[in-house]
Structure formats: C-alpha cells, structure tokens
Design a protein around this ligand. Structure first.
Ligand code: URA
Length: 483
C-alpha cells in the first residue's frame, strides 16, 4: 500500500501530479491510500515517494477534457474521499473513455453530486460575501480597504477569488474564511490556506445596507421557497439584512394588496383581436404529405391557435431534410420573428458559439422550435417575450411531429422546459434528466439540456461561465452521441 499525503486545499495540480505518476506506473487504486495533511490518520503515516513521472517521449496517459473539468471542481470538495474517488475514475477512464457519460455508474454519480455541491458553494460565496470598510477612509495607495468573512463548505477560496478581483478591482479587500483567505491590493491576488478566525465586523454600514435591502424588496415578486433555496439559513448569520427577512415576508401580502389598490386598471392589449382570432379558428389544415418544403408552405398559413394573429410570420424549422440531429427550442424570439429563421437572435448566438466550440457544424443540423409563432406582450415600442402555454405547445406539436416524421433524426435535442413539454405530457423536471440520452419511439434518442436564453439571463458572472461550460459540454456529448 502506498500512502500519498496531500495538502488538499483545492489544489488540482497537486493531485494531478500524484495521480498521473501513480497511474503511469500502473499502481491500481486499491493499492493507494490518500491522506489529507493535518487529518487524523495522516499524523501516523509518512508520505510515500511517488513513482517517477513518465519521461518525455514515453507514452502519456490521456483523459477526456470533461474529466479535467469535473476533477478540478471536485478536488475542492471537503470530503477526504475525493482523492481516491478521482483516482479510481482516472484509472477506470483509461480503458473506457466514455465512462463519464454513464450516469448510473456509482462513481460517476457521486462525483457529479460533489461537483454540483462545490459549484453551488462557489456561487453562494459570490452572492453572500459582504464587505465592510476598515481603517479610516483612503489608504496610503489612495485606495479604500475592505474586509469580509465567509464560511464555505468546501475549499473554494482560490477558485472564487478571481471573480472578486474582477468585480471589486478598484478597492483593496481581504476575504477571510475558516478554509483560508484571499486578498487583492490592486496589483496582486494573494491566496492563503491558513484557516482564519472570524473578525468582529458589525459597523454603521450595516444599517445602510439594511435600509437599501428593505427598499428593493418587492413583495409582489416574493417566492418564499425560491428565496429559501437561494439563501439557505446557514448563511443568514453573516448577512446584515437577514433579520429583516421574516418581517418583510410576513407583511408581503398586505403590501401587495395596498400596491394593487394604488394601480389603475387597464384593458389587456390586443384583447379583442385575440378573442376574435380564437373564435374564428379555421378547421385543421390538411396534413401535407411529401416534402419538408410542402410542410413549410402549409405552416406559413397556420392558424391553429391565436398566436398567429400577432406574429409577423411562421418561423419554421431549417436544415437538411436528412439531418441526424434535430434541435428543438421554445419559440421564435423578436429577431427570429422578423427574419423568419430560428435561432438568429441573442439566444442563437449562444447556441452557435457552443456548437462551434464542440466542433458541430450548424449546417448539418435541423433546428426548429416547439412553437412556430412568436408570443409576446407589447410594452411601448418593445415586444416582450411571453412563454407559450401548454395548449399552444400542443397545437404546434402537430407540426413538430410532421417535421420529425420527414427528417427522421437519430437524435432529438430538447432545449429548455417548453421543448421538453413537446415530447412528454408528464411534468418531468429538466434538471433530473438533463444530459441523458433517453430512448423514445422509432429507435430515436431524446437528449435534454437547458435553453440558451436561460444562460443569457444568469446575472452572476461566475455562474454564467460555469453554466456556459456545462452547456458546451452537453454539445460535445451530443456530437459524440450522433457520431
Ligand atoms: N429561442 C427559441 O427557443 N427559438 C428561437 O428560434 C430563438 C430563441
């Protein structure tokens, strides 16, 4: 048995060096015991020497990029099992490069849960760090100085510090945590693994922050469950605004009633025209036979539901009639409605970039939507996207089924909950089946991922980047499934 002792403070390089050397020397996972420096067991054991790294020119081991991505997050987890779990996966990946796709595998599902927990912790750190100004105003270098305290579950300080450097570049700051600290002085980002003690940080700025929080709290948009999920109680003790929350929630209902009374009522825009269109629905168009072109022509005059009344045109799918992969979005947006083509607006740009990074040529794909008309609400000169309801999705499913019948794709990719609802009437949660290849009728596979416009709406930069990387990883998976 070899005993490998690591610092274990989220340093991926440290584990990678050891893992590589052991695997290259053919040391199987069951012959390695991984210990964390300072841990109970480590006090009794010495670190065994690593086998020499493979010399240049000697056969190097390879792992899929997805493993590096997942391992560099999981290495930050605080569970000591992470080292051996990652090494076992590294070992098992050598003969089976697709192992990470097998989400029913115990090691894979465990590592994915750990990855999720680390990413969630990093996200919470970006959301709940509250800086307090320290010292008397401007410092020697002309910059103001701030201090913050945070209690992460995992070793995420080094991973998350660049976010704060970017966001709070023009001030000096230090973030202290029981798992180390990060500091920025305008020149250098300093990371330390030394555990810190909680400083006493209550000051007058807390009152300002609490006043601000209470004034931006909108009772009409209150969703208690979502709020509890986003801001778990364990973070409250370090948030100056936390003790206001119970009162704000308790008063929300009466506040909303008071707000409603202050509002004048207005007729719904386009109400009459929509009603008329709904009552004058023509009988079902006949099912066109033959080609996609004939189907497209028929769909151009579709009036199966009231949505056609306000849209500029039907936005039908596009792509080769024998495409192996069909992507299904929600409905055309503002720009798609004007251009008459799917995914050419901002969400289309995100989509194009992710597939390009995954090495997929859009010209080989059939790209369409669950609903073929743009649904929106006019607001001044702008048209604000509105989610299609289940009735509209069901009406339009008729076209989608004909598109599938003609194109006969091997793989269908549903992007977002509306596209998913096109394929199933049960309320499956997207997050539960994301990333899996699910067999459906006629030997096809259905792959579910998020909608690209969801990525555009993520306000937090770090999370946005993480979710973009996850979406791109889904595209790579799709490429592999379609091959
Ligand atoms: N969103 C969609 O779902 N489809 C498009 O075509 C554009 C944006």
């Amino acid at each position: 048995m070899r005993r490998i002792v690591l610092e274990g403070r989220g340093d991926f390089g440290e584990w990678r060096e050891a893992g590589r050397a052991l695997a290259a020397a053919g040391v199987p996972p069951e012959e390695v015991e991984w210990l964390e420096k300072g841990g109970d067991k480590q006090l009794f054991w010495e670190h065994d020497a690593l086998p020499p790294q493979p010399a240049e020119g000697q056969k190097q081991m390879t792992v899929p990029a997805a493993f590096i991505e997942v391992a560099s997050a999981v290495i930050c987890h605080s569970d000591p099992i992470r080292f051996s779990l990652l090494y076992r996966l590294l070992w098992r990946l050598q003969p089976d490069k697709k192992l990470l796709d097998v989400i029913s595998d115990e090691d894979v599902s465990r590592v994915r849960l750990m990855e999720k927990s680390v990413r969630g912790d990093a996200h919470k750190m970006t959301a709940f760090v509250r800086f307090k100004e320290v010292g008397s105003g401007i410092s020697m270098n002309g910059r103001r100085k701030f201090l913050a305290w945070f209690e992460p579950d995992h070793h995420i300080v080094a991973k998350t510090a660049p976010f704060f450097q970017k966001r709070f570049n023009d001030m000096d700051w230090i973030i202290l945590t029981p798992k180390g600290s990060a500091g920025w002085d305008g020149q250098k980002l300093t990371i330390s693994n030394e555990p810190c003690e909680k400083p006493n940080l209550t000051d007058a700025a807390d009152e300002l922050w609490r006043t601000y929080y209470a004034s931006i709290f909108n009772p009409a948009r209150l969703k208690v469950k979502a709020m509890q999920a986003e801001m778990p109680k364990k973070y409250w003790k370090n948030l100056p605004e936390a003790d206001l929350i119970p009162r704000l929630i308790a008063n929300a209902e009466s506040e909303v009633l008071a707000m409603a009374e202050r509002q004048a009522t207005r007729p719904l825009p386009f109400h009459d025209r929509l009603q008329e269109a709904a009552h004058n629905l023509p009988t079902q168009p006949k099912a066109p036979t033959g080609t996609l072109e004939a189907l497209r022509e028929e769909a151009a005059t579709c009036a199966r539901c009231p949505l056609h009344a306000r849209a500029t045109q039907t936005v039908f799918g596009e792509g080769p009639s024998n495409a192996a992969v069909m992507f299904v979005g929600e409905q055309p947006g503002d720009q798609e409605d004007l251009a008459g083509r799917p995914f050419v607006g901002p969400a289309g740009k995100v989509f194009d970039q992710a597939i390009a990074e995954a090495g997929i040529d859009r010209a080989t794909l059939y790209v369409t939507n669950a609903v073929k008309h743009f649904k929106y609400e006019p607001r001044g000169k702008r048209r604000i996207h509105q989610k299609p309801n289940m009735g509209e999705v069901k009406h339009c499913r008729w076209w989608l089924e004909l598109e599938i019948e003609l194109v006969k794709p091997k793989l269908i990719v549903a992007m977002g909950a509306t596209a998913l609802a096109s394929f199933t009437d049960t309320k499956l949660r997207l997050s539960e089946i994301r990333g899996q290849a699910i067999p459906i009728t006629d030997g096809r596979l259905l792959f579910v991922t998020v909608h690209p416009s969801y990525l555009l709406r993520i306000p937090d930069d770090v999370r946005k980047e993480e979710e973009l990387a996850r979406f791109t990883a889904d595209m790579r998976h799709i490429k592999h499934l379609a091959a």
